[in-house]
Ligand binder design. Structure first.
Ligand SMILES: *Cc1c(COP(=O)(O)O)cnc(C)c1O
Length: 376
């Protein structure tokens, strides 16, 4: 048997015909941007999160960038970001004219905790560099400690932004991830939980001023036809992607359920392997969107090679901590400064995971992992 890490074609077999019909409708309509499909998608997704506004944008990255620009903070402001995330989270901080400050994460949730944020906040504040904002990521779709972080941010005048690019559909109790803080951005990149077949994203907020600003900024900063009051970008979503996403969204809850069942299955079957293998720890009130299913093991590289020999394909998100990337050298972070991030980058392994993975495939993956550890 061969188990792909991710096979997008299986989902397509299910709703491909519907998508093709809708794409043809867009093509024949003569409206390709800022049209009815985008408006409907914005309305539906905002309502799904129970938030006032959704603003379709060209990608998750641009969504985060647009939020930062909409804040109108002074140049050189400090923004806290996790060191263990995709580079887009910190890339936008630099591009918006601010300084990223990397925060370590927790080993079993992969996310920043309130404690880690507090430490970084105290460190900077003591040096007269009080951070203005924080971008919290709910990595792999596992909610970060958002309730407590939100409270801390409110008490200390820090703007909370959420990167929910892997966490659209995740919840804490009944509250959607993406509704904590001032604004959030998600991605519809092909491998994300809600995805199109190309690049697109959405910004969510209940703040009227942020909504207005992001809409202006994604249209080059235009406030009336060909009149520009802000430095903006071309950051729109296409009607084709909105139409595709409206079809995909019909299946989203069902796919989320499949993801949760698969994750439960992995957890049930892989527990008790410590200290060889550790599973993510999910509080009872947290409902991840499970963009990825990631374990940690001190034998990561050997396990990955063993599985590959069995034609089971796994991936590493992320192998190189952000604070040690060449591009951030000037920030002065050194090896050893963010130990959990550094450890995770050597120990995380994402297992085959997508809604249409079969029971047989899962069983084979679990069986092979156990075989690896039993061999000693
Ligand atoms: C995918 C991703 C992004 C960027 O989204 P794009 O749509 O690819 O620009 C940002 N942050 C995280 C955590 C992501 O996983």
């Amino acid at each position: 048997m061969e188990v792909p890490f991710l096979d997008l074609k299986r989902g397509y077999a299910k709703y491909g015909q519907e998508i093709e019909n809708e794409v043809v409708n867009v093509l024949r309509s003569g409206v390709y941007l800022n049209g009815p499909y985008t408006k409907e998608l914005e309305r539906r997704l905002a309502s799904f999160l129970d938030i006032f506004y959704g603003i379709g944008v060209s990608s998750g990255t641009e969504g985060l960038y647009l939020i930062l620009k909409a804040l109108d903070l002074p140049r050189g402001s400090y923004v806290l970001v996790p060191a263990f995330t995709f580079i887009a989270t910190s890339e936008v901080v630099v591009r918006a004219g601010f300084i990223p400050f990397f925060v370590d994460v927790e080993e079993r949730t992969y996310n920043v905790s309130l404690e880690k944020l507090k430490e970084a906040y105290a460190f900077l504040t003591k040096r007269g560099k009080k951070p203005s904002a924080v971008i919290v990521v709910s990595l792999y779709g596992i909610p970060a400690d958002l309730e407590r972080i939100e409270e801390f941010c409110q008490e200390n005048g820090i703007i909370l932004i959420e990167d929910i690019c892997q966490a659209f559909g995740a919840k804490i109790l009944d509250r959607a991830v993406g509704t904590f803080g001032l604004a959030s951005a998600t991605s519809f990149y092909p491998t994300k939980p809600l995805a199109t077949f190309g690049d697109a994203g959405m910004v969510f907020t209940s703040d009227e001023e942020i909504e207005k600003r992001v809409r202006i900024l994604k249209e080059h900063g235009q406030t009336r036809p060909y009149f520009y009051e802000y430095h903006g970008i071309n950051g729109r979503i296409d009607e084709i992607h909105s139409a595709i996403l409206l079809v995909k969204f019909k299946y989203f809850k069902q796919e989320l359920e499949l993801r949760r069942n698969l994750a439960s299955y992995y957890i049930e079957r892989l527990k008790g392997l410590e200290p060889n293998l550790f599973l993510p720890e999910i509080p009872k009130t947290y409902f991840p969107s499970w963009a990825l299913f990631t374990i940690t093991t001190p034998y990561r590289d050997q396990l990955q090679a063993f599985l590959k020999e069995k034609k089971i394909y796994t991936r590493i998100y992320y192998e190189h901590p952000l604070h040690l990337q060449p591009v951030y050298q000037e920030l002065g972070f050194k090896d050893g400064m963010l130990p959990v991030t550094e450890k995770l980058s050597k120990q995380v392994l994402s297992l085959p995971f997508f809604p249409y993975l079969t029971r047989e495939e899962l069983e084979y993956v679990v069986h092979s992992i156990k075989e690896f550890f039993q061999r000693g």
